[in-house]
Structure formats: structure tokens, C-alpha cells
Design a protein around this ligand. Structure first.
Ligand SMILES: Cc1cc2nc3c(=O)[nH]c(=O)nc-3n(C[C@H](O)[C@H](O)[C@H](O)COP(=O)(O)OP(=O)(O)OC[C@H]3O[C@@H](n4cnc5c(N)ncnc54)[C@H](O)[C@@H]3O)c2cc1C
Length: 369
């Protein structure tokens, strides 16, 4: 069935009307990663989006998408930010796995996963980081040994957001230990219910438990679950992570709302001149990121590192200011302390601030490595 072409402005206005009528069915706007305790309402929300044609807006029609453009998708994300609802169930499935499968998948893999992901029949997690491999992901040591029509996987992953409520994981594992480190890695689509996979929740300093450790012991993964070329998983992973950075950078959409909340710090509490100056400095930074984001457009680029770094550092500083304003009360359980405890995670997820600075230095400024 051909979808009639629809311009971005008309699509945006349709989306806004639909959201107005349906936003009461959405879970709270949790951002890119669905916390485990919201998985049920988030799955129901994703199904509602699919039924209404607001899932996979720029994915191919044959796989359940709308076949529209990245600009339509960006408009959807903006309208969701304005309505304060999640634009999709989670980023790992609807952005990372989805894009990786579209770009590198066989026709069987596309058929098996794309529509099911849009319909929330497959919920995805990301199995990349390990205790000895985070920023330096190419140091990963989880092994996948090719053995006929399967791979035998052994190793450990960590910081896997929502692993315990996922059906599938995108997995990077070492298939050639003799090759140079970037060249011996492969990328897999891994069912989370295979025998030998053990998922253990981790507790964060916020008291919540959003991450899992995932242990692989002699897991038999069918060879058909390899995505892209064997030993060529680094290229697949990097295409996916570039996307992740771009998407985090696109969170400029919610920036204005955060700035409104920040401005209220100046009206809800009496600030001394120094505190007012700190707040004004943060708001000016926010304004400049908004302007930069508006220029950047929806496509991921190295400039996305500037957005990712700028916004997460600003939100960290805003949490610290809020804590300072609360004084000793910030040591009690409550919104002030919760912000302080949660803010460091933003500076780490999707590439740490230091790693973003390296990218900016080397690729944008042309500095030596
Ligand atoms: C909220 C959140 C969600 C996450 N979700 C997932 C997930 O679902 N799946 C998954 O696989 N992972 C996930 N992660 C893990 C995340 O990708 C890693 O934490 C991140 O890549 C950093 O790796 P690391 O924690 O091992 O720190 P390390 O890489 O060990 O870094 C330690 C410190 O050294 C610095 N550093 C490292 N290398 C350099 C360098 N070259 N130059 C300068 N400084 C450097 C870092 O900036 C950091 O300060 C998540 C993390 C967070 C916070």
C-alpha cells in the first residue's frame, strides 16, 4: 500500500492532535531508556503508537514503518517532548537495533525483527560494555567461537539497561582473538532466553536498579544471528553508536523545559548574588545549546558530541547548584539529592564527557591525538 506523501508541517500538526488526544495513555517521559518498572505501560504505549502510525516513521513501509523522512521523525520527537511523553519504547530497539538491522541485516533478519520491534513484540537491550571495556569498547573480551552452525559465547557484560525485561540484545563479542583488537569483533542479535545466559540486577547509588550484569556460559548462539560480516562487527557497532550520540544530542528538544525548571530555582528560593550569577550562567549555556541544536538538524554528526557534552555537563552543574541551594537538606532523601545522585550517569552514558572532548578535539578542531 502506498502511503500518500505528507509534508512535515501537516505531519507535525497531525502528530500534535493525536498526542493531545492520547497522551493520557503514556507513561511518564523517561527519556531514551525505559526503567524496568515502567516496561508494561511502555510496551502498551509503543503498541498504541504502532497502531496509530507513529512508530517507525522513517522506517520502510514493507517492515511496518511509515516510509517518511528523518525530518518527519525529528518532528515527532519534538512533538513528544512538548507533550512530555516518550517518543518510543526505548532507544536500543527503536533506534540502535532497528537502524543496525536496516543497514546491515539480511532480508530474513529484517523480516524477523523490524515489524516485531515496532510492535513491541521484541524489546531490546544493548550488550556492549564489559568490566574491562567501556570507553575502550574494542578491548572487549567476551568470546564467540564459531563452531559449525552456531557460536559458543562465554564472558560477561555490564551496565546493560533493562536487560532483565528484554527479549533480545545487540551483542558485540570477539570472534577472532588473534586479529588486531578492532578487527576480531562480530555483532550479533542475541535472544535473551538462551540457556547459559544469566541476568543479575545491579543497584545504583540512587537506590534504583535499572542496570544488569549479564553472564554468558557456553551459550549456543545460532550462526544466523550474526549481523553484518564475521569479524566486521566494529563497523556495525560504530554505525550504531554514532547514531546513539546523535540521538542523545537531539535531546535539545527537551532542553527548554529543563531550562524552565532551572529558572524556577531563582523564583522559588532566595538567591544571593553569587548564586544568581551561577544560575544565569547555566541559563545562558542552555540558550546557546538550543541555538546550536536548532542549526544542527536531525542527522547524527560529530557536532552531536558538542550537544551531548554541553547538555549533560550543564544538567550536572544544574543538579549541583540545586543541591547547594538546598544546603544540608540535600543530604536527605528527596528531589534535591536524587538529582545529585542521578546526574553523573548522564555524563557517562553514550560516551563519557572526556571521550566527547577527545572527539571534539581530534575531529572538529583537528588537534593531534
Ligand atoms: C545511564 C547509563 C546507561 C548505560 N546503558 C548501557 C547499556 O544499556 N549497555 C551497555 O553496553 N552499556 C551501557 N552503559 C555503559 C556505558 O556505555 C559505559 O559506562 C561507558 O562507555 C564508559 O565506560 P566505563 O564505565 O567502563 O568507564 P571507563 O571507560 O573505564 O572510563 C573511566 C574514566 O576514564 C575516562 N577515560 C576513559 N578513556 C579515556 C580517554 N581515552 N581519554 C580520556 N579519558 C578517558 C572516562 O571518561 C571515565 O572518566 C550505560 C551507562 C550509563 C551511565
Amino acid at each position: 500500500m502506498d502511503v500518500p506523501p505528507i509534508d512535515v508541517a501537516t505531519f507535525r500538526s497531525d502528530a500534535a492532535s493525536w498526542l493531545d488526544a492520547n497522551r493520557q495513555h503514556a507513561p511518564r517521559d523517561y527519556g531514551a531508556i525505559c526503567p524496568p518498572d515502567l516496561i508494561e505501560p511502555a510496551v502498551a504505549w509503543q503498541r498504541r503508537l504502532f497502531a496509530a502510525g507513529f512508530a517507525g516513521i522513517h522506517w520502510p513501509i514493507e517492515h511496518g514503518g511509515r516510509g517518511l523522512t528523518a525530518a518527519h521523525q525529528a518532528a515527532w520527537i519534538e512533538e513528544c517532548a512538548l507533550a512530555a511523553v516518550p517518543p518510543f519504547l526505548n532507544m536500543v530497539g527503536l533506534v540502535l537495533a532497528g537502524q543496525a538491522i536496516q543497514k546491515f541485516g539480511t532480508s530474513e533478519q529484517r523480516f524477523d525483527h523490524l515489524r516485531a520491534t515496532l510492535e513491541a513484540d521484541q524489546v531490546w537491550c544493548q550488550l556492549f560494555s564489559e568490566p574491562g571495556a567501556g570507553s575502550d569498547l574494542a578491548a572487549l573480551s567476551t568470546r564467540a567461537e564459531h563452531d559449525g552452525d552456531r557460536y559458543i559465547v562465554n564472558g560477561q557484560k555490564v551496565w546493560c539497561s533493562g536487560g532483565r525485561c528484554s527479549d533480545w540484545g545487540i551483542l558485540m563479542a570477539r570472534t577472532d582473538p588473534e586479529a588486531r583488537k578492532h578487527e576480531g569483533i562480530s555483532f550479533f542479535l542475541c535472544p535473551m532466553d538462551l540457556p547459559g545466559i544469566e541476568v543479575r540486577p545491579l543497584q545504583q547509588m540512587t537506590g534504583e536498579s535499572e542496570f544488569d550484569e549479564v553472564f554468558f556460559t557456553d551459550v549456543e548462539l545460532p550462526a544466523a544471528n550474526l549481523l553484518g560480516p564475521e569479524h566486521g562487527g566494529w563497523g556495525v557497532g560504530m554505525a550504531v553508536l554514532t547514531n546513539e550520540r546523535g540521538h542523545i544530542g537531539a535531546s535539545v528538544i527537551g532542553l527548554e523545559r529543563r531550562m524552565e525548571a532551572m529558572s524556577r530555582l531563582g523564583t522559588e528560593r532566595a538567591l544571593d548574588p553569587l548564586q544568581r550569577q551561577r544560575l544565569a550562567g547555566l541559563l545562558s549555556r542552555g540558550k546557546s545549546f538550543t541555538a546550536m541544536g536548532q542549526r544542527q538538524g536531525p542527522i547524527a554528526s560529530t557536532a552531536a558530541s558538542l550537544m551531548k557534552l554541553g547538555i549533560t555537563e550543564m544538567m550536572f552543574d544544574a543538579s549541583m547548584l540545586r543541591g547547594d541551594l538546598a544546603g544540608a537538606d540535600a543530604m536527605l532523601a528527596g528531589a534535591d539529592s536524587a538529582g545529585i545522585l542521578a546526574a553523573p550517569g548522564g555524563r557517562i552514558a553514550g560516551g563519557t564527557s572526556q571521550v566527547q572532548r577527545n572527539i571534539i578535539g581530534e575531529r572538529l578542531l583537528g588537534l593531534p591525538r
